[in-house]
Design a binder for this molecule. Structure first.
Ligand SMILES: CC(C)(COP(=O)(O)OP(=O)(O)OC[C@H]1O[C@@H](n2cnc3c(N)ncnc32)[C@H](O)[C@@H]1OP(=O)(O)O)[C@@H](O)C(=O)NCCC(=O)NCCS
Length: 183
């Protein structure tokens, strides 16, 4: 089978995007989320998200480009200890949203978001929440364009165990954003 080149610069048509399949993450995708090592420090975070998915607490999405692999992801937490972010029935929390750099600015992030929103509506959720680093202008622009509003400020402090089981502390001041969703 002929493998078509992936066209990703601004002057070429975005043929590849029509081939992208947005689907639920499966176990064998986990290694691909590490992006050849760049995100290996998040191995345990991803594995825990996968375990929570198996308990129905999360919905994990990936964008899969056949013959290339996983090129994007977004995780949804349906229930959290932070009930203002995800309470299991009304509010769901969107996080770990990431598209590989060479596939950005072609509409894939917006497309994945549409799939997520439709799925949450089917599950009867009526609000999506997220935290975005205050310095992350491209993401804030995307979220505002798709209807999110800034509703507050978050210290953005969290910890995780990395791939060597070392505790890593993150401080990334963030905006809390919310979008009401309806049929
Ligand atoms: C934020 C992120 C997920 C957005 O993904 P994306 O696929 O680039 O999103 P889109 O392509 O839908 O939108 C991005 C831009 O491309 C533009 N665009 C969309 N389709 C286009 C097309 N066919 N041609 C040209 N531009 C296009 C959009 O208008 C948007 O422009 P803007 O930045 O001026 O608003 C991505 O930038 C990313 O992975 N960033 C790093 C991780 C991150 O910050 N995640 C968010 C954490 S909260």
């Amino acid at each position: 089978m002929k493998i078509e080149p992936v066209h990703v610069n601004q002057t070429q048509s975005y043929l590849w995007i029509d081939k992208v399949i947005i689907r639920h993450l499966i176990f064998s995708d986990l290694l691909q989320l590490e992006w050849n090592g760049e995100y290996k420090h998040l191995r345990q975070v991803y594995l825990n998200a996968y375990k929570n998915r198996n308990q129905g607490k999360n919905v994990l999405w990936v964008a899969d480009l056949p013959q290339i692999g996983v090129i994007g992801q977004v995780f949804i937490q349906l229930n959290s200890v932070r009930k203002d972010l995800a309470d299991g029935f009304f509010s769901a929390y969107l996080y770990a949203f990431r598209i590989k750099p060479e596939f950005r600015n072609a509409g894939l992030g917006s497309r994945i978001y549409q799939v997520v929103e439709k799925d949450l509506l089917k599950r009867n959720f009526r609000e999506i929440t997220l935290n975005v680093a205050k310095t992350n202008e491209p993401a804030i622009r995307l979220y505002q364009r798709i209807g999110f509003e800034i509703v507050g400020s978050e210290p953005g402090e969290w910890s995780f165990r990395d791939h060597e089981n070392k505790l890593q502390n993150v401080v990334e001041p963030a905006w809390k954003m919310v979008k009401s969703i309806s049929l």
